[in-house]
Design a binder for this molecule. Structure first.
Ligand code: DLL
Length: 431
C-alpha cells in the first residue's frame, strides 16, 4: 500500500534495495526472455556478475528497435495468460510497440501514480480530472488507477470536448487537473471564451507532462489557470506516467528509485556520464514482471542531480527533459530543441504560447521558420507594426541560438490546438 517513507530512505538503503532488485531483474530477463538470454550471453555477462550497482554498466542496452523487432509480445517475461493489460507507445513513425502488465505490475504502477499525485499536492479529498487520453496511451488509465489507489475521486473525462472539460471543472469543483501542458493552455483559452474565470474555480494544482515544456511555459500555465503546475515524466516502455515527478521545490523531477535505476550516457559513444552531465537518459526497471527492461535508451536528453533536496526526499532528481534526441533539429549544423525556442518566445510580451516550427531545405540550405501567434490584444493594437515586431523576435531567437531563423507572426487562434501531445515541428526535409 501507499508508502511514502521509501522516498526519504537514506542513500545507502536505496542503493542496497536497488542492487537486490537489479540482480533479480537481470536473473528474470536471463531466465524468462530468450532475447535477453542471447544478448547477455553475447555480452558475456550473467546476473551472477552483478555484485555492485555499477555493474549495471556491464549489461547491454535495449532500444526501441529491439521492441519493434520482437513485436508484439517477444520481449514479455510472462505468457500472455499472465498479462492483464496491454498499452501501446504513442510513436508516430515506424512499427508500433506494445507493452504488457501483469496484475502485480498494475498494482506497482497504481502505487507509484498514487505517490506521484501526492507529490503533486493530491489528497484523499481531492476531485481529480483526468484529461489525458484513455486508451492505448498510458496517460489516462495510469492516472486513473493512481487516483483510485490514493482514494481521491477520479473524473475519467479523457482528452477532448474542451467546453465540457470546463463545465465539468466548474460544476464538480475539480481541484487537480491532469493533462498535457499544451492541452492545459487550450483549456485556458476555451474557458476565457466561455467567460469562465479560473480565479473562481477550486483548482489548486495541475499535473502536466507527456511532452517537453519550458519553465516559461509553466509560468504562463500557472498564471492562466491559477494553480501550481507540476511536471510529471514517464514513458510506456518503462511503465507510463509516474517514473518521476517534481516536488514543490520544482528544481528537477525525483525519480522513483525503488522502481527504476537511472543512468545518463553519451548518446554517441554509449559511455556512462557523471552525475550532472547532460546526455541520454537510460532506465533499468527494478520490479517489473511483464516487461522488464535492461538499460532502456529513452532518447530523452537530461542530466541527474543527487544533491539533497529541500523537500526531504532523497531520491535522485532529473532535470526537466528539454527534448528527445530524435526531436532535436539540426539546422545548418546547430542543434536546436523546440523547447529552447519556446523559452525565448515565452519571454516576449504579446506573443501567445502557441507556436510551430517548420523546417525546409532550400537550395541545400536548412531554413527554420518559427510561426507564432500574436495575442488578441497585441493583434488589434499593433496590426501596423507587425513587420518590425517580427524582426525583434527574429533578433531575440537569433541571438539565443546563434543561427538565422525566419519568424512569421500569425493571427490569434490560427495554429492547430492540441488535446494531447502538441506537434511542434513540421520537418519537410525528409519528404
Ligand atoms: O507520454 C507517458 C506519460 C503520460 C507521461 C502522461 C506523463 C504524463 P509515451 O507516450 O510513451 O508515454 O511517451 C514517452 O514522452 O520518452 C518523452 O520524450 C516524452 N515525455 C513524457 N513526459 C515528459 C515530460 C507518456 N514531463 C515520451 N517532459 C518520453 C518532457 C516528456 N517530455
Amino acid at each position: 500500500m501507499y508508502n511514502p517513507e521509501i522516498e526519504t530512505m537514506d542513500r545507502e538503503e536505496i542503493a542496497s534495495l536497488q542492487l537486490e532488485r537489479l540482480k533479480a531483474t537481470v536473473k528474470r530477463c536471463e531466465e524468462k526472455v530468450p532475447f535477453y538470454r542471447k544478448k547477455l550471453r553475447d555480452a558475456g555477462v550473467s546476473w551472477k556478475d552483478i555484485k555492485a550497482l555499477d555493474d549495471v554498466e556491464k549489461l547491454p542496452f535495449t532500444t526501441k528497435s529491439d521492441l519493434r523487432d520482437n513485436y508484439p509480445f517477444g520481449m514479455f517475461a510472462v505468457p500472455t495468460r499472465d498479462i492483464v493489460r496491454i498499452h501501446a507507445s504513442s510513436g508516430t513513425t515506424g512499427q508500433p510497440t506494445v507493452v504488457g502488465y501483469t496484475a502485480r505490475d498494475i498494482d506497482v504502477w497504481s502505487e507509484l501514480m498514487a505517490r506521484s499525485i501526492v507529490v503533486g499536492m493530491g489528497e484523499k479529498t481531492d476531485i481529480i480530472q483526468v484529461a489525458y487520453g484513455y486508451g492505448l496511451f498510458t496517460g489516462g488509465l495510469g492516472f486513473h488507477y493512481g487516483v483510485e489507489r490514493l482514494g481521491a475521486s477520479a473524473i475519467p473525462i479523457s482528452g477532448g470536448n474542451t467546453k465540457r472539460q470546463i463545465r465539468v471543472m466548474v460544476d464538480l469543483g475539480t481541484t487537480i487537473l491532469c493533462c498535457t501542458p499544451s492541452y492545459a493552455l487550450f483549456m485556458a483559452e476555451t474557458a476565457a471564451e466561455m467567460g469562465v474565470d479560473f480565479k473562481q474555480l477550486k483548482l489548486k494544482s495541475g499535473i502536466f507532462g507527456a511532452e517537453p515544456w519550458s519553465d516559461q511555459m509553466r509560468d504562463k500555465v500557472e498564471r492562466l489557470l491559477n494553480l501550481s503546475a507540476f511536471d510529471i515524466y514517464g514513458l510506456s516502455e518503462v511503465m507510463g506516467p509516474g517514473v518521476s515527478i517534481e516536488c514543490e521545490q520544482k528544481k528537477g523531477l525525483h525519480i522513483f528509485e525503488d522502481a527504476f535505476l537511472a543512468e545518463i550516457i553519451n548518446p554517441e559513444s554509449g559511455k556512462r556520464l557523471a552525475v550532472g552531465e547532460q546526455g541520454e537518459l537510460v532506465f533499468t526497471t527494478l520490479n517489473k514482471e511483464g516487461l522488464p527492461l535492461l538499460r532502456y535508451r529513452t532518447r530523452d536528453i537530461t542530466s541527474l542531480d543527487d544533491t539533497p533536496c529541500e523537500c526531504g526526499r532523497t531520491h535522485v532528481r532529473m532535470r526537466r527533459v528539454r527534448g528527445r534526441t530524435d526531436d532535436m533539429l539540426i539546422i545548418r549544423g546547430v542543434n536546436v530543441f523546440p523547447s529552447q525556442i519556446e523559452s525565448v518566445l515565452m519571454e516576449i510580451e504579446g506573443v501567445s504560447p502557441h507556436y510551430q516550427l517548420i523546417v525546409d531545405r532550400e537550395a541545400g540550405l536548412d531554413i527554420l521558420e518559427v510561426q507564432v501567434e500574436v495575442s488578441e490584444e497585441m493583434f488589434s493594437d499593433r496590426i501596423q507594426g507587425l513587420e518590425e515586431w517580427q524582426d525583434v523576435i527574429r533578433g531575440e531567437i537569433q541571438s539565443y541560438l546563434g543561427i538565422g531563423v525566419k519568424v512569421i507572426l500569425v493571427e490569434p487562434r490560427s495554429l492547430a490546438r492540441s488535446e494531447g501531445k502538441a506537434v511542434r515541428v513540421v520537418d519537410n526535409r525528409e519528404v
